[in-house]
Write a protein that binds this ligand. Structure first.
Ligand code: MOS
Length: 735
């Protein structure tokens, strides 16, 4: 049988199959689509963070040139919220009452002939507010606090006993700020109704999720809603949920009886499509004289919007990252008058790992043991919460090979001991145990009489390389050349793809594509079952392999025939097979499903007079199981690392504490790394194919970000002796 084992562990670094479309500007992004007779929408935002609308004067806007409709809560229809997903509720639908829950909330939408007319008219709407004092502070005692929102709080052993038996203790508090995903592509929605049928182009990481939400919101059958997103200009989590602007565009099209396009502005990308929530974290670690952890206690509080629910387990993964007998992890969320949050490249772990891996560095110094050695002494050989072996874990190899590549042994452990001219030099490291996530997913494959294949699923490629690796996978499994496989993505007329999130799509979609490819071989075998002219007649499925456009006997390549011959002889234009993937239960297979693991090593230079921090080099050793395409996987880790450097040193969404307004909602004031901030980023992959899914992959989309903030903060401590527990690490904290 054709098997994934035939595909090399490190797949060749083939170029992106969608590269030519992208570099020629012909890849269609959601905002590139239009419909005949299309109108344009612009949004009106609340300028207070809490309170009520007393009055709206929209007469001037309604009379403005080109205006077709002005919709506010006074004339908007009821929109139904939902459906809930396993990870989050959809945000509340907009314009349902006069309440203001956050600054920037949409309080109206204007539809006009042109985008400029809509924007100009939106500015003419006068709103009279009855403001209330907003809740903006995570520690505001009036804020409702939600405990254990996902049932992931964990406990084992006895933390009191763990503290009592500790020879060394670390008790430290860490904080991380709000950050904004900021994909380059401004999110766009283009909606067109035809009776009760709806077609929507949308910047989304989950077309089937958008379809379900729109069908519920507007009370129409899902089968009549088509959502398309063949290309998306980045997401980083911002395009996972179905945001109010999507509903408003669809509502605008229904109200104006015209197709409508809405493209968000960059400031709207700060308030309208989620953000990584701020956290306050408290970590207490204890260890005995040998450096073995006796207790690990991690509590996090992060922010949640009013009437919203969102998935952001910050402390949860600390429960299983290390072998420690006495553990407690707790996640809390405080409801504030803030825009709806979302995950931002590594739900919760981006923030939680910073605190845990900083605290371990502090513990290493308290004990006087090398930080890397401390991780090795507390290595979790099995998943400590489940008591099961991991489906794969090469974290030890990440530590060893990463340290070797980085030159960790050259590190003088004393803080402030290493210099390069005036620069203080620091080496820091962090371990990463990334969570496992694999959503259910479907795919369909057709083989055609000309010997080409068409593979499709509604899942998206948000820039990660999904088109490329799925083309490689299908070509490998079917024995075709890359250019004989066409891949379709991002269209709900295709089988239901998983969300592109949680680093779970390659395993989910890859497993579904594999199942569909095997289905094709089975369908070919069935077709020739009674065909005396076929050399494959009578073969069993497990005796077959696919190569060079043919199905053949594994031990006798001459005994076989091409897809073209099979289909042509039987008068078939094509054969189609469906595949789906649903992961097994860990207890049933006796394995704890493993996400990626990584070891991050960073060298920083700190100018003692100016407080400047420069990252001089980074080595990332990553165990992501089978790497289908070393080139795109390396790009993922590099991109994540850049995000991690931003998190460590630059990124912070600043909310005015008096008004709840975001003060830096543009790419001039919200700092992200530029080329000059980024040194050589060295990525190496280690490990074996994972055993939990049949293609052996583990997600690589988020692990590249996790660990960077801690590695850099630990390197800053090594360089300067200053322990920075609050991100981003800025000049004022170092002077
Ligand atoms: Mo990711 S933050 O689950 O797109």
């Amino acid at each position: 049988m054709t098997t994934i084992e035939a595909v090399r562990l490190i797949g060749p670094g083939v170029d992106r199959v969608d590269g030519p479309l992208k570099v020629t500007g012909s890849a269609p992004y959601p905002g590139d689509f239009g419909f005949p007779g299309m109108a344009h929408a612009a949004l009106v935002h609340a300028t207070v963070a809490a309170g009520r609308i007393r009055g709206i004067d929209s007469a001037a806007a309604e009379a403005a040139p080109g205006v077709l409709a002005v919709i506010t809560h006074r004339n908007a229809p009821r929109l139904v919220r939902g459906p809930d997903t396993p990870l989050w509720r959809q945000p509340p639908p907009p314009l349902q009452d006069d309440r203001i829950l956050y600054h920037g909330q949409y309080v109206g939408v204007v539809v006009a002939e042109t985008a400029e007319q809509a924007t100009a008219a939106a500015r003419l709407i006068e709103i009279d507010y009855e403001p209330a004092e907003p809740l903006l502070d995570l520690d505001d005692p009036r804020a409702e606090v939600v405990s254990n929102p996902w049932g992931m709080d964990a406990h084992r052993g006895d933390v009191a006993r763990g503290h009592a038996s500790a020879d060394f203790e670390v008790d430290a508090r860490y904080s991380t700020p709000d950050e904004t995903n900021n994909p380059m592509g401004l999110f766009a929605t283009v909606a067109s109704w035809d009776g009760d049928s709806l077609t929507v182009h949308d910047s989304t990481q989950w077309p089937h999720g958008v379809r379900a939400a729109l069908a519920v919101a507007f009370g129409v059958p899902e089968s009549g809603v088509r959502v398309l997103a063949p290309f998306v200009g980045g997401g980083f989590g911002a395009a996972l949920r179905v945001w109010p602007h999507v509903l408003l565009t669809v509502l605008a099209a229904r109200t104006a009886k015209r197709p409508v396009k809405l493209v968000l502005t960059r400031p709207e990308m700060f308030t309208g499509v989620g953000h990584r929530t701020r956290t306050l974290q408290h970590i207490r670690l204890g260890a005995d004289r040998s450096g073995k952890l006796t207790v690990l206690d991690h509590e996090s509080k992060n922010s949640l919007a009013i009437e919203d629910d969102n998935y952001e387990p910050v402390a949860a993964d600390s429960a299983w990252a290390y072998a420690c007998p006495n553990v407690e992890v707790r996640d809390l969320q405080a409801r504030l008058n803030i825009p709806y949050p979302t995950s931002m490249r590594a739900p919760g772990q981006a923030q939680g790992n910073f605190a845990l891996e900083s605290a371990l560095d502090e513990l290493a110094y308290a004990i006087g043991v090398d930080p890397l050695e401390l991780r090795l002494r507390n290595y979790a050989e099995e998943q400590p919460q489940l008591g099961l072996p991991f489906s794969s874990k090469a974290l030890r190899a990440c530590y060893e090979q990463g340290a070797e590549r980085f030159g960790w042994q050259a590190r003088d452990p004393r803080p402030g001991s290493m210099r390069d001219g005036n620069w203080m030099v620091g080496y820091g490291m962090a371990g990463v145990s990334f969570f496992w996530f694999q959503p259910p997913c479907q795919a369909r494959v057709s083989i055609r009489a000309d010997g080409t294949a068409y593979v499709r699923s509604s899942a998206t490629d948000i820039g990660t390389g999904t088109y490329t690796v799925m083309t490689q996978l299908a070509a490998g499994l079917l024995g075709l050349e890359l250019d004989q496989v066409r891949l379709g993505l991002g269209d709900t007329d295709m089988p239901a793809g998983a969300l592109e999130g949680g680093s779970g799509l390659t395993a989910a979609l890859g497993t579904a594509v594999r199942a569909a490819c095997l289905g094709i071989i089975r369908a070919c075998l069935d077709t020739v079952a009674n065909d005396p002219g076929s050399p494959l007649r009578g073969c069993r499925l497990d005796e077959l392999s696919a190569a060079d456009g043919r199905i053949q006997h594994v031990y006798d390549a001459a005994r076989g025939e091409s897809y073209s011959d099979i289909l042509t002889r039987h008068g078939l234009a094509e054969l189609t097979a469906d595949g789906d993937s649903a992961p097994p239960e860990p207890q049933d297979v006796g394995m704890a499903p493993a996400g990626a693991f990584a070891a991050r090593f960073a060298e920083v230079r700190v100018d003692p007079d100016l407080g400047l921090v420069r990252v001089a080099r980074v080595v990332s050793a990553v165990d992501a199981g089978r790497i289908l395409n070393e080139k795109t996987a390396t790009s993922q880790v590099i991109g994540g690392t850049v995000g991690g450097i931003g998190m460590a040193l630059l990124e912070e969404t600043v909310t005015d504490p008096a008004t709840g307004r975001i003060a830096n909602s543009n790419l001039g004031d919200y700092l992200v790394p530029v080329n000059a901030d980024i040194p050589e980023l060295d990525v190496l992959f280690v490990g074996e194919p994972d055993r939990f899914n049949p293609i052996g992959v583990k997600g690589v989309g988020e692990v590249g970000l996790v660990g960077m903030a801690a590695a850099i903060a630990n390197a800053v401590f090594h360089a300067t002796g200053k322990r920075i527990r609050s991100l981003p690490i800025t000049v004022d904290q170092l002077l």
